[in-house]
Design a protein. Sequence first.
Length: 258
Amino acid sequence: MKKQWITTALGATMVLAVQAQPKLNMDSLVKMAAKTEVWEPVPAKVTPSKTVGEAPSDAIVLYNGKDLSQWQNKKGGSPTWKIEKDGTLTVVKGTGDIVTKQGFGSCQLHIEWRSPAAIAGASQSRGNSGIFLMGRYELQVLDSYDNPTYVNGQAGSIYKQHIPLVNASRKPGEWQAYDIVFTAPTFFADGQLQTPARITVFHNGVLIQNNAEIKGNTEWIGPSSYKSHNSKEPLVIQDHGMDGGNPVSFRNIWIREL
């Protein structure tokens, strides 16, 4: 009975409080609402693409199927990856990573990739490549369709750091897409880390990394750690030439600076 009485009393108090408020006309309500309205700055207009995955109007197109003018070889000189007749860009084993001529920091990145239809190798030796944000934070590219490997190295992993939430891989030979939102790290003047990098990734439209905190530079052996670097650094796509079965293909690569 005591609990019921308290509840009833509380309800009666709330009713009395509402009744005590002066009656407001519509003009008064509009003026009150206007106090929390924000009119500036007005967001810039961006024309979205008509087809899913194509670049919006404010994107920088890094590869459109025609040329590699936005890229250079990491070893120096022009890239020698193969541009197929249909515009597909395919890794040529042993020729080296390709690197954007322009540096980027926080960004939205769209990239489509395809592992070879003819299966060769297993685990990390099957359709292996990688996308390195700022040249050092790797989002793994791998044929992970029915291909067991260590899970912090499968497709969609932040290599050796974060396992993907799910495996959204398509079959070998089918096109796949990564949509990435990357927040660059920041450093104090003395080079110490101020805020870590973070990354969100959709693989074929499925969320696989949800604002994951990047632990530092990607390392094959040993723990990751941060090393101070510029606020903008080139994007790198890997030629994983140490193994067979890795002629991975790419298309429709664009980026939006944030």
